[in-house]
Design a protein around this ligand. Structure first.
Ligand code: GN1
Ligand code: MG
Length: 365
């Protein structure tokens, strides 16, 4: 396999000098590797096999990433900034293609690695949190003038919560699963909050929230921090960049960054939503984005945090019931455990509604 991976990596390098390919990170969907050249280790790059069961048109994913990264790069070049901000570069094959399909039909692509940078699965201090807000704000600021209709819909239904609820109901009807206190908790939790599901879609339909370009997956470990300065320098994992609501991003970023126990914990009593981290993230996010956000945008921030957390729990639980066909798992109840983490987080968000609302109040006129 290693030789095969090295050969695949070398389709993206003119010098064919990759000597080592090793697994990187813990993505739930795609397979990610770091490809290294012996002579120049600093030219390591990211090699990924796209999960084509999830991304049915992977060539559209690449097209979206190229449009978005080129746009962000030209915005960075045309505005002076005293801060480092790196946009990943898509590598091309010898034939000038942004992907390579191997003999097994797998879809591969390569992108530059962000130098001297690191990511974290959890954070616990306000300085780092402020950098997370800066990172998401910078991504939204650099893409706000890129018309969303220039991008393809690469993952239909992604973050459309009412659709996930429908799928859950279908899967629940069709499958049999052991009734345990944990599954009963999840079913009751979802049933009690079914009315919450359409909140953002209804606002979109009523014209309160505009269709914009979104990142789609700005969870904490997709923010890269400079190892020396500790400042955020990039927001990676651009597979889900497509037309959507920036509220999905706000919700996803906050549900992931403000959960110090992390989304993989099994210690459910430890799960809580940290409002100090939330405040730090929002302050810096809004400092970058206030020029284009509207009163309506702010009015839906709390709902988006609660909804996207609920939605991810719903997605994990549905996948558990369906037999773990979407998210990678390490054991059969993994998606059930992940769902409970998100639902505990929703409970904590709900219990802190007033203090979360107070954070936004400061920014609403
Ligand atoms: C998936 O594969 P990864 O870890 O980048 C998922 C996100 C979830 C996330 C939860 C395309 O992202 O929506 O929030 O897991 N990506 C897709 O960790 O479904
Ligand atoms: Mg992702």
């Amino acid at each position: 396999m290693t030789d095969k991976l090295v050969a695949i990596a070398n389709t993206f390098t003119p010098d064919k000098n990759v000597t080592r390919v090793r697994p990187l990170g813990n993505g739930n969907i795609n397979d990610t590797f770091l490809a290294t050249t012996a002579s120049q280790p600093e030219t390591s790059f990211i090699l990924q096999r796209i999960n084509t069961q999830v991304f049915r048109q992977p060539q559209w994913v690449m097209q979206n990433i190229r449009i978005c990264t080129e746009h962000m790069r030209s915005r960075c070049q045309s505005t002076s900034s005293d801060r480092r901000w790196d946009v990943p570069v898509v590598f091309l094959t010898e034939k000038g293609q942004d992907h390579h399909i191997d003999a097994d039909g797998s879809f591969w692509r390569a992108m530059s690695a962000i130098k001297n940078a690191e990511s974290f699965d959890t954070i616990d201090d306000a300085e780092r949190a402020a950098e997370v807000g800066y990172a998401l704000g910078t991504f939204h600021r650099l893409t706000i003038d890129l018309p969303p209709e220039k991008l393809a819909d690469t993952l239909e239904g992604f973050h459309i919560t009412p659709r996930y609820l429908q799928q859950y109901e279908i899967v629940r009807e069709k499958t049999t699963h052991p009734e345990t206190p944990d599954t009963q908790y999840c079913e009751k939790f979802i049933g009690d909050r079914a009315l919450l599901a359409p909140v953002l879609e209804a606002a979109k339909q009523r014209g309160k929230l505009p269709l914009r370009l979104m990142h789609g997956d700005p969870k904490i470990n997709n923010v890269l921090f400079d190892r020396q300065t500790k400042k955020a320098v990039s927001l990676i994992d651009l597979d889900t960049v497509k037309p959507g609501l920036i509220h999905y991003d706000i919700g996803d970023c906050l549900r992931s960054a403000c959960n110090p126990a992390g989304e993989e914990t099994q210690n459910w009593d430890e799960v809580y939503f940290d409002t100090d981290l939330c405040r730090a993230i929002l302050h810096s996010y809004l400092a970058v984005t206030h020029t284009f956000l509207t009163e309506n945008d702010l009015a839906y921030f709390y709902d988006s945090i609660r909804l996207i957390t609920f939605e991810l729990g719903l997605r994990f639980f549905t996948d558990y019931l369906a037999g773990n066909i979407y998210f990678k798992v390490r054991y059969p109840e993994h998606n059930l455990a992940r769902a409970i983490v998100q639902f505990k987080l929703v409970e904590s968000i709900e219990s802190r509604e007033r203090s979360i609302a107070l954070i936004f109040k400061q920014f609403q006129s």
